[in-house]
Design a protein around this ligand. Sequence first.
Ligand code: PGA
Length: 256
Amino acid sequence: MRQPVVIANWKMNMTLSESEGFVRRFTGEEVAGSGVEMIICPSFIALPSLAVMIRETSLLLGAQNMYWEKSGSFTGEISPLMLREIGVRYVITGHSERRTYFGETDEDVGKKVQTAFALGMVPIVCVGEDEEERRAGKTEEVIGRQLLTAVTDLEQEADRRRLLVAYEPVWAIGTGTPARAEDAAVVAASVRSLLHQKWGETAAAVRILYGGSVSPENITEFTGEPGIDGALVGNSSLKAASFAAMIRAVNAERGG
Ligand code: PGA
């Protein structure tokens, strides 16, 4: 059984005090005992303080990015060792905004995936086609290239099983118009089938998420699909009540 997961990607939103306020409000929400894994990915600035605040909660911490070298002359970058030391367990890699605005390549994503696992963290590999690629019928091709380059060097069975893949069609991110759940399910199935061709039965353990305009109102359309194990959420994850509502919805949908 794959545990459902809801991930908050705050992007470049919320100051330190706003981030702390979120965690305080979230702890007042009724989500205790839910079987849903809950991960928040705040700004780097907020990570150390939130790492302390979430100790008494079921929240887990993710970073929105990292560099693949452990240390060195890389001005402005954040090392995986810095993240691991404060208790960061997950790291988003290859988000479309990083690919588009900061030139992150498929090969960069592959290096980050390797490094994350080597240092005991779990990467959340984002893949997704843009509007033009979708119209040209290239969705599967784009996703296949992004995914297979990202996981090319993963040799350990344990790492493969812990991998998280988020299918995030670029045209659905931040637009208020999500993909249709049945279409997202088709892409999720092709992600699993690509992994199956490469890794065999291990692919059945990999959690595949959907992201792009997910909200408390629509989240269970996606998690109701048997091949979709959760959601990566931007805008609707910025309010504690909304994040909690999504977790409760998924929990209820899974019979929790
Ligand atoms: P959104 O962002 O939920 O605001 O569409 C999702 C994401 O970019 O991860």
